[in-house]
Design a protein around this ligand. Sequence first.
Ligand SMILES: C[S@@+](CC[C@H](N)C(=O)[O-])C[C@H]1O[C@@H](n2cnc3c(N)ncnc32)[C@H](O)[C@@H]1O
Length: 249
Amino acid sequence: MLHVIDLFCGAGGFSEGARQAGAVVVLAVDCWREALDVHAANHPDAEHWCEEIGTGDPAELAQRLRAFAANALPPGAPVHLHASPPCQSLSKANRASRDTSGGLRLTRFALDVIEAARFDSWTVEQVSAPAVRGLFDARGVLYRHLACDKLGVPSIRRRLIAASETLEDMQECIDRPLTLRQAMDRADMSAPPGFEVQRDGSTKDTRRRLDDVSYTVTTRSPILWNDARRRELSLSIATIKVLQTGRGR
Ligand SMILES: C[S@@+](CC[C@H](N)C(=O)[O-])C[C@H]1O[C@@H](n2cnc3c(N)ncnc32)[C@H](O)[C@@H]1O
């Protein structure tokens, strides 16, 4: 059984996927107390460290992670180290406060921790930005570009996944992802008259049809848009849940 250590775990998106794939999350680290509390509610047997990663020496954190694994797990138990450093300052969705060099700092730090900790396998998730590809290339790490809708997820989210081993070529999912209209339908939401397109909530003039896969879910996206009245409408929480999980009714 694979044991997972989740750095920058947030409320636990990666951890939940790892659990569904049959792994056990044993340690989760984040500096956001409330998100960590949600994680702890879903993974009560895991240990939770509320701390700011990246302030000290990566070798020191690596050493603490190794000591944790040696104390908490049977000898030889395989450990996977995952890190999802924050992406806001790198993401295209955040043009206003994009800060590429600052944004890469924690990704570099995560790669340093991974190198020093030498667990059995590892992954790093980041947004698909040229600066991130440049960093991965410079460090000689293997990575793949994932288009979530090609894997059946009902949103057009794009991500880079760097990993200790070559990831298998991902086959396109046989099931087509839900369109936004189908996701709304599963959540018993319907578009009022005139709200005929979706936008990504930014100031850009974005547009997709309701019968397309949704824009990536963020605090501002997607929204329904009424062109004639220039009015926007938020999606219901139930619709967002379907977009984030693919599940609903
Ligand atoms: C991309 S999100 C993580 C998403 C999460 N892995 C998931 O799958 O749901 C980045 C996380 O990094 C955390 N974070 C940002 N800076 C941090 C730091 N210096 N130390 C620890 N956590 C940090 C944020 O609180 C946020 O939860």
